[in-house]
Design a protein around this ligand. Structure first.
Ligand code: FAD
Length: 324
């Protein structure tokens, strides 16, 4: 089923909140096994969907396909596979799309991707696409309405547009929004945002999108802070604004991992509460393949049952039923 249909169906009940979990392909076989065990436990809480990333530059293509297929057919959760244009001529794009289609997946997060390793600027590969809008257009032209297509949105504008002072110029921000609208007009039906830590920036972004006629659901991407160094690295890479009060809270506890995690859960909970209070009833959690913080936030919000949190389902490894 398309995620957009699930979200639309849920929105008929104004009190219903839906949530989803993002994972990335682990580097080792043991890591993959652990991920599926964790996923089983997390899926028991009934997320509306789960998604799996496409490694930078297409580095995890086969593994992402394999994991996506298992998520849909064995973990039995509605699955969205990320797909980027980096190093992907159209034949490879179509191989990936055919594979997930033949395994019953109906959801794709269509992305341009970052520049190939060692390059500063994104370069269109020969026979490939220049931006996510081209990929959306291709999917709609070749696969009609089969796929639900999600795209990335950037509440602070895409990092390429952000200047050395950490902000996009008003014109850069406007252009970024106009381009986002063109991705929706090309056939995308859902937006998931880049991580952010200033909830007001996200709420303004949603409002700005509505002003220019973007009507599809905009799902906030929430990344719980799990450790200080990772948080600084990720926000630096994404050029995400860190509000002063968050920095002030983290600075004295930055070497105490448990305290940082607890603060991350508190912050994530408060951010989600504010978002929900503004009538946005979909939450997307960047889990970084960890379950505790994401589940603790959902528990604090009353969205999952505490009694189910420690429930562990055995992971079964059936014969290979996939066509990769
Ligand atoms: P696009 O939407 O094509 O464009 C990015 C920006 O470039 C635009 O915001 C705009 O500022 C500018 N731009 C591009 N084309 C035009 C145009 N024609 N006119 C005007 N401006 C234009 N990366 C991975 O490698 N794997 C993943 O699985 C992955 N998942 C992600 C999931 C989410 C929710 C997000 C937010 C990001 C993810 N990324 C992932 C990172 C993403 O690949 C990078 O941010 C990349 O630099 C841009 O991809 P995009 O699809 O947003 O690009």
């Amino acid at each position: 089923m398309k995620i957009i249909e699930k979200i639309r169906a849920a929105s008929a009940d104004p009190n219903r909140v839906v949530f989803s979990f993002e994972f990335f392909p682990p580097k080792t076989e043991d890591g993959v096994d652990n991920l599926f065990e964790r996923m089983d436990r997390m899926v028991a809480h009934n997320p509306s969907f789960c998604d799996i990333t496409w490694g930078a530059g297409g580095t995890t293509a086969d593994l992402t396909l394999e994991i996506a297929n298992k998520m849909q057919n064995i973990v039995c959760v509605e699955t969205m596979m990320h797909l980027t244009c980096t190093n992907m001529p159209v034949e490879k794009i179509d191989h990936a799309l055919h594979t997930i289609k033949s395994n019953g997946l109906q959801n794709v997060l269509a992305l341009r991707g970052d520049p190939p390793h060692g390059q500063d600027k994104f370069v269109q590969v020969e026979g490939g696409f220049a931006c996510a809008r081209d990929l959306v257009q291709h999917i709609r032209a070749k696969y009609g309405d089969y796929f639900g297509i999600t795209i990335a949105g950037y509440p602070e504008a895409h990092p390429d547009v952000i200047e050395s002072d950490g902000l996009a110029t008003p014109e850069g921000y406007r252009n970024d929004l106009a381009y986002l609208k063109s991705k929706v007009d090309a056939g995308a039906d859902l937006i998931v945002t880049q991580l952010f830590y200033d909830t007001d920036i996200f709420l303004k972004f949603v409002n700005d999108c509505r002003q220019i006629g973007i009507t599809c659901p905009i799902v906030p991407g929430i990344m719980p802070i799990n450790n200080y160094k990772g948080f600084i690295r990720m926000t630096g890479f994404c050029k995400t604004k860190i509000p002063a009060d968050i920095m002030a809270a983290l600075e004295p506890i930055k070497d105490n991992e448990e305290a940082v995690k607890a603060y991350g859960i508190h912050l994530g909970t408060e951010m989600c509460k504010k978002i929900l209070a503004h009538g946005i009833k979909t939450l997307h959690l960047y889990t970084l393949n960890m379950e505790k913080s994401a589940l603790a936030i959902l528990m604090n919000l009353g969205l999952i049952e505490e009694s189910k949190v420690s429930r562990s389902l055995p992971w079964r490894r059936p014969a290979n039923v996939f066509r990769v």
